[in-house]
Ligand binder design. Structure first.
Ligand SMILES: NC(=O)c1ccc[n+]([C@@H]2O[C@H](COP(=O)([O-])OP(=O)(O)OC[C@H]3O[C@@H](n4cnc5c(N)ncnc54)[C@H](OP(=O)(O)O)[C@@H]3O)[C@@H](O)[C@H]2O)c1
Length: 334
C-alpha cells in the first residue's frame, strides 16, 4: 500500500495539521514513459501555503488530493530508457511514499553526501538563494546586504552567498537562538530579532551607510522598514512574501511605493526559480562544490515519517524550523 497525505480542508485562516488526513491507496503501476518512485525526503516549502490560496504562478492546490510537494526519490522501476532503478531523482511527487511520474517530469540528481543536501543547500533552497543573490542582488565587496527569514532554508544560503561575495551581511530572523546561529556559525555581521526588536531602529544601527541589496523573503512591514534604508541604485530581490502566506488576506500595503523606488532609483525584481531551469545543473554543481569545500554550510531540520508532514509545515509557518525543513519518508535513509 502507498501511504499518502491528502489536503482535506482548504484553510480559511491559519493552516492546521487537522486540515490534512492520512490515507492508504494501492501501489501505483507504471506505463511506458513512466517511472515508479520511492520517496526518500520530502521538501517542506513555506510557499506551498500560498498555493492553497488559488492560482499563482502555478496551479492551485486542490482539496481531497495528495498534498503538493517536491521530493528526493529513488527510481524503483522504469519504463523509460533514460532512468534506471536505483537512480536518485528530484520530482514533484506530492506527499506520498510512492509515486508514478512521467519520466520527463523527473530530474536525475548526482552527488550529495549526505543525500539530504540535494533537497537543501544543493537543491531547491540553495538554487533559489543563488538565483536571487547572484542575478538580482549582485553584491559587491564592502556593500551591505540584508536577508529576511535569514535562518530558513533559502535565507541561510542567500546570506552566506553574499558573505562569499565580500559583502557585509545583516540577517533578520525570529528569536535570539536563530540570530546567535547566524552570527556564530554562518558568520553574518549582524542579526536582528524581529520578534523582540524594532526592525527600523535595528536596521539603522546595523546598516549605518544604508542597504545596497535586500533579499526579501517576507514582504509586508519588514519590506517597508528596509525600503526606507535602501541606498540609491539599490537592488531588491523579491523571493517570497512569508508575512502574507498563512492568513486569509494580505496585511496592509507598503508605504512609499512607488515613490521611493523612483527617488532612490531602485531595481526591484521578483523571480521564480523554475524560470532558470536551463541553469539548474550548473547552479546545483556550484553549490555542491561550495558545500564540499566547506565554503558553504548547510543545516537541515528533519522530521521522521510522512505523517509528520502536516504538523511540520504548520510549525514551519510559525517559525519552528532552523535551516531547511525536510521529512525523512524512508526510515532507512541517513
Ligand atoms: N521565488 C522562488 O522561486 C522561491 C522558491 C522557493 C522558496 N521561495 C521563498 O523563499 C522563502 C523561504 O521559504 P522556505 O521554504 O525556505 O521557508 P523557511 O524560510 O525555511 O521557513 C519559513 C520561515 O518563515 C519565517 N516566517 C514565518 N512567518 C513570518 C512572518 N510573518 N514574518 C517574518 N518571517 C516569518 C519563519 O522564520 P522566523 O523564525 O525567522 O520567523 C520560518 O522559519 C519564502 O518566501 C518562499 O516563498 C521562493
Amino acid at each position: 500500500m502507498n501511504r499518502r497525505v491528502l489536503l482535506k480542508t482548504m484553510p480559511k485562516g491559519k493552516l492546521k495539521a487537522s486540515d490534512f488526513e492520512m490515507d492508504s491507496a494501492p501501489m501505483p503501476r507504471i506505463k511506458p514513459g513512466q517511472v515508479l518512485l520511492k520517496t526518500l525526503y520530502l521538501s517542506l516549502d513555506a510557499a506551498s501555503r500560498v498555493y492553497m490560496q488559488g492560482v499563482t504562478y502555478r496551479d492551485a492546490i486542490v482539496k481531497d488530493h495528495v498534498m503538493t510537494g517536491l521530493a528526493l526519490a529513488r527510481v524503483l522501476d522504469s519504463l523509460d530508457p533514460d532512468l534506471t532503478p536505483g537512480d536518485v531523482v528530484e520530482a514533484e511527487t506530492g506527499w506520498q511514499e510512492y509515486a508514478v511520474m512521467p519520466a520527463r517530469k523527473v530530474t536525475k540528481r548526482q552527488g550529495g553526501a549526505p543525500l539530504h543536501r540535494l533537497m537543501s543547500a544543493a537543491g531547491i533552497s540553495g538554487r533559489t538563494a543563488y538565483v536571487g543573490m547572484t542575478r538580482i542582488c549582485r553584491p559587491a565587496p564592502g556593500e551591505t546586504v540584508v536577508v529576511s527569514a535569514a535562518a530558513g532554508g533559502v535565507g541561510m544560503v542567500a546570506g552566506q552567498l553574499a558573505k562569499l561575495a565580500g559583502a557585509r551581511v545583516v540577517g533578520i530572523a525570529g528569536g535570539q537562538a536563530k540570530c546567535r546561529w547566524l552570527l556564530t556559525d554562518l558568520g553574518f555581521d549582524a542579526a536582528i530579532d524581529y520578534k523582540s526588536e524594532d526592525v527600523g531602529a535595528a536596521l539603522a544601527q546595523a546598516c549605518p551607510n544604508g542597504i545596497d541589496a535586500y533579499f526579501d523573503n517576507v514582504g509586508g512591514e519588514m519590506f517597508e522598514a528596509v525600503l526606507f534604508k535602501m541606498r540609491d541604485y539599490g537592488r531588491i530581490a523579491c523571493c517570497g512574501v512569508l508575512s502574507h502566506y498563512d492568513s486569509p488576506s494580505p496585511g496592509p500595503g507598503v508605504m512609499g511605493v512607488p515613490g521611493l523606488f523612483v527617488a532612490k532609483r531602485l531595481q526591484v525584481q521578483g523571480f521564480i526559480v523554475s524560470d532558470f531551469v536551463q541553469d539548474r545543473a550548473a547552479i546545483d554543481q556550484k553549490l555542491d562544490l561550495l558545500l564540499s569545500t566547506g565554503k558553504l554550510k548547510d543545516r537541515v531540520d528533519i522530521l521522521n515519517g510522512i505523517d509528520q508532514a502536516p504538523a511540520g509545515l504548520v510549525g514551519m509557518l510559525a517559525g519552528n524550523n532552523t535551516g531547511k525543513r525536510l521529512i525523512r519518508v524512508d526510515p532507512d535513509i541517513i
